[in-house]
Design a protein around this ligand. Structure first.
Ligand code: SME
Length: 170
């Protein structure tokens, strides 16, 4: 499904050189809205998913999988086509990020063992662990793209900065 924010026919890309500025603006917008969320995880994640998808036209899906039980993720606020509902820590790119508590930057999802294809058109993915103020893992932040290798080091740094900002409010 096309990004509703993008005019028909517009490319789902952003010049690599434009990414740092896009993330700076995203972080400013997030910093402005998060204090009003009053530490409410749903409000925080919903606002972040919206701002991420608006800032990153190459993201076909942007949102959260929350830790709801030991070793289990369940879908949280997101923007994009219908996501899988539950992901055990031992499955998929999201599971790997949660299990290893480490960012997963996947240029080709078809080459990632155990990748879960919620959206058959997804080609690349970036997943970043999200901790709360106590340092507990509470979620992973997942970005998908229909473009191969859509995410690079600028995205990794930018989304990790987003996760650090979220951690101050969760
Ligand atoms: N592809 C993910 C599953 C979540 S969806 O992409 C929204 C994975 O392999 O963990």
């Amino acid at each position: 499904m096309e990004n509703a924010h993008r005019p028909a026919g517009a490319a789902a890309t952003l010049e690599a050189a434009a990414k740092p500025a896009a993330y700076r603006e995203l972080l400013q917008n997030l910093a402005a809205v998060l204090p009003a969320c009053d530490h409410d995880a749903v409000a925080i994640m919903a606002s972040a998913a919206c701002l991420l998808r608006e800032a990153l036209p190459y993201a076909s899906w942007a949102g959260f999988y929350r830790v709801v039980a030991p070793g289990l993720l369940r879908v949280g606020p997101y923007q994009g086509p219908l996501g899988c509902l539950e992901i055990p820590f031992d499955r998929g790119v999201c599971g790997a990020a949660a299990r290893e508590r480490r960012t997963q930057l996947v240029a080709d999802v078809h080459a990632f063992p155990g990748h879960i294809a919620c959206d058959a058109a997804a080609r690349s993915e970036l997943v970043v662990p999200v901790v709360d103020r106590a340092g507990e893992l509470v979620a992973v932040l997942d970005l998908d793209s229909h473009e191969p290798a859509a995410f690079d080091a600028a995205d990794r740094d930018g989304v990790e900065a987003v996760a650090r900002l979220l951690a101050e409010h969760l």
